[in-house]
Design a binder for this molecule. Structure first.
Ligand SMILES: Nc1ncnc2c1ncn2[C@@H]1O[C@H](COP(=O)(O)OP(=O)(O)O)[C@@H](O)[C@H]1O
Ligand SMILES: [Mg+2]
Length: 317
């Protein structure tokens, strides 16, 4: 692991018309780590990846990738990175192996070396059996694994993955996660964008939450949960008729919005003083003769943290 960060970006700005796609984005990714750029649609994730991979230039700000300036040393950056875009670049009519050889030519790999590399990658991504089948017969997960293999042809020191599992079913997603974990274990720095909180939680050593073209929170998944999300008090009532009274009580003592899950007769709200809130709620429910089935205090989920941060009413699809 080298001491030069794999990515170091300061104050990146990029404007399209009147839209600030990037509005002063800062990012540091230590070498050898997996970094998640987590944000809803339109947050600026793809623009960030494009700037860092030298596909477009920022209007202002600076960025170094693998130690090189993306603006003045773009060729050096390009020779050290891999990029798997949001939309697959592989050719459907060709086989997996042919695709790898084609990209090998694009990267000026020597043909013998490219053939060996293709074999290695097909094996590594469990595509050896499918290597000589046309990609149009691949499942979603197999295609994405082939995308990853293409991104790794030149053994990059930094691999950018733009929403690697968007649109995949849970099983294919799990396969891609395994592949990313394998890469990370072999020492590749991985920068991945995602709209899925669970994905960041599963894969990333550190996460930058991006919204409106800037980083609005940063840390390990656990730090984000601990620092930014207040604890939650969950209350289950015994009788559905008690829900409104219990909700009013919980709202008053937490000073926060109360979520109601009527089917499970459960209420939930953010609280700052976990023990105080718990005891106060129990005392008040006794005074008002509320029949309480269960009360628990818990850490927020990453989803709840994300919703709080981006102030959105629903998780992006
Ligand atoms: N080439 C472009 N032309 C105009 N607007 C763009 C372009 N690329 C991105 N944008 C806008 O910049 C914002 C950030 O986009 P993007 O980086 O693609 O977000 P994300 O990948 O997080 O969904 C969005 O509002 C998007 O519409
Ligand atoms: Mg995008």
């Amino acid at each position: 692991m080298s001491h030069t960060p794999a990515v170091e970006a300061v104050g990146l700005r990029k404007r399209y018309g009147t839209t600030d796609a990037l509005a002063g984005l800062d990012l540091v990714v230590p070498s050898g780590t997996v970094h998640g750029i987590l944000g809803p649609n339109g947050a600026g994730k793809t623009t960030t990846v494009r700037v860092l991979s030298t596909l477009i230039r920022a209007d202002s700000g600076t960025a170094r990738v693998a130690g090189f300036d993306v603006r003045t040393q773009a060729a050096h950056v390009r020779s050290r990175i891999g990029l798997v875009g949001q939309h697959a670049a592989v050719d459907e009519l060709l086989t997996g192996r042919q695709n790898l050889l084609l990209f090998g030519r694009l990267y000026h790999l020597d043909p013998t070396r490219a053939a060996r590399r293709a074999d290695d990658l097909l094996n590594a991504f469990r595509l050896a059996d499918a290597g000589d089948k046309a990609v149009r017969h691949y499942s979603g997960g197999m295609r994405r694994r082939l995308d990853l293999a293409v991104g790794l042809l030149v053994a990059p020191s930094v691999l950018f993955l733009d929403e690697p599992t968007t649109g995949l079913d849970p099983r294919a997603r799990a396969e891609v996660w395994d592949a990313v974990r394998g890469l990370a274990a072999s020492g590749t720095t991985v920068v991945l964008t995602t709209q899925y909180l669970e994905e960041a939680d599963q894969l990333a050593d550190a996460v930058s939450v991006v919204d409106g073209g800037r980083v609005i929170a940063q840390g390990t998944p656990d730090e984000l949960k601990a620092d930014l999300g207040a604890d939650r008090l969950d209350v289950t009532v015994r009788h559905a008729a008690d829900l409104p009274t219990a909700a009013e009580l919980l709202g008053r003592l937490s000073g926060a919005d109360v979520e109601t899950d009527a089917d499970r007769m459960r209420l939930s709200a953010a609280v700052h003083d976990r023990v105080g809130a718990l005891t106060e709620f129990l005392r008040a429910s006794e005074d008002t003769d509320l029949a309480i089935e269960d009360v628990t205090v818990r850490r927020p989920t990453l989803d709840e943290v994300f919703l709080t941060l981006t102030d959105r009413t629903e998780v992006p699809a």
